[in-house]
Design a protein around this ligand. Structure first.
Ligand code: FAD
Length: 318
């Protein structure tokens, strides 16, 4: 919760938020269930939700939240989060800013654009370098935040620069070297800066070959991941020189269930959830897996998915 809080109760801050938003023509919806906006499809409501369809709208909503002193959270495609059953306090901004422009080998993409759309547009333009992104069901902003990667590629390989917002500095442009990209990590996780858009550098290639690589990546994922089930992708980061899925499988946990949550029988580093399941079950199962893997292998797994809301952290703040 990085947004500076003014004195007063959350209820008073929300009243101020409502007033400031009305003055600026920003539409807020109260008590919006967040589960349907995530791939795991679980979790409670946001006190307020607004949808930004441009980077300017995203900045306006962030500024209003900051002005009211309420916690603010930006939601991309919701493919890397578990929303607490009690929901998220403050304002959640659903990022649907999805402008995209191709100029030679460069792509300028707003942060709410879907990675899959980006890959399809680049494939149609015979641009190579981002074929890996077809397997990442997130937004460009979420993918930069996580330095998401697959099939041997990751965002740091293709991002040239990022436009980001923070309450302290407004909008700044950061070059790749300033983004502190590491394995499934970037400066944005620590700083709480909000990614508004990015310039992505690719190379011209053979359109047929590029399309074949994209299709092969899709087929590989469909064969190895429980894509038909409610999930949030890999639960744990891979430890150095090993795979979380292998460790979980070797600990005998494939198929292990707590309540409505189960370790996938297809891929042990996925938790799948029953319809109507609870976030608390996902958390209990994840913690159980961590504990058993630590006892069995002496390895402390680190969560890759983010628990947001009542767990103590909102989706992302600034
Ligand atoms: C089936 C499946 C397969 C997956 N495979 C992969 C994979 O191969 N590789 C991989 O790396 N990941 C994978 N993921 C995880 C996920 O898709 C990525 O981490 C993705 O980048 C998350 O983007 P999102 O828009 O969904 O983020 P969200 O889940 O909406 O948000 C995640 C976090 O990012 C923050 N965030 C979102 N947008 C912004 C922004 N504009 N600025 C700052 N912070 C922001 C949010 O506040 C939140 O803290 C997979 C997930 C699923 C469900």
């Amino acid at each position: 919760m990085a947004s500076a809080r003014r004195s007063g109760s959350l209820a008073e801050q929300l009243l101020l938020l409502d007033r400031l938003a009305e003055e600026r023509g920003i539409r807020l919806e109260p008590d919006v269930p967040l589960g349907p906006l995530t791939t795991l499809r679980v979790g409670g409501a946001a006190d307020r939700l607004t949808t930004a369809t441009t980077a300017d709208e995203l900045v306006a909503a962030l500024n209003v939240a900051h002005g009211a002193g309420v916690p603010v959270a930006v939601l991309g495609k919701g493919s890397d989060i578990v929303v607490a059953d009690a929901g998220i306090r403050g304002l959640v901004i659903r990022n649907r800013a999805d402008d995209m422009e191709i100029d030679g080998d460069l792509v300028r993409a707003a942060s709410g654009a879907a990675m899959a759309t980006l890959v399809k547009r680049c494939t149609a333009a015979a641009l190579t370098g981002i074929e890996f992104g077809i397997s990442i069901p997130g937004s460009v902003g979420g993918a930069i935040w996580a330095n998401a990667g697959a099939h041997g590629g990751e965002m740091r390989d293709v991002v040239l620069s990022v436009d980001a917002w923070s309450a302290a500095s407004g909008v700044v442009t950061l070059e790749n070297a300033g983004c502190a990209f590491r394995y499934r990590d970037s400066r944005f996780k620590a700083s709480g800066e909000i990614v508004l858009g990015a310039v992505i550098g690719l190379a011209g290639g053979d359109g047929v070959d590029i399309a074949a690589r994209v299709a092969a990546n899709q087929a590989q994922r469909a064969a190895t991941q429980p894509l038909a089930d409610q999930n949030a992708g890999s639960v744990f980061r891979n430890p150095p020189d090993d795979h979380a899925g292998r460790l979980i499988d070797a600990a005998g946990l494939k198929g292990y269930r707590i309540g409505t949550a189960q370790v996938s029988t297809l891929h042990a580093n996925f938790i799948v959830l029953d319809r109507g399941g609870s976030a608390a079950d996902v958390r209990s199962l994840g913690d159980h897996v961590r504990s058993v893997v630590a006892d069995t292998h002496g390895v402390e797994l680190q969560y890759e998915i983010e628990f947001v809301g009542e767990w103590g952290r909102e989706v992302a703040g600034a």
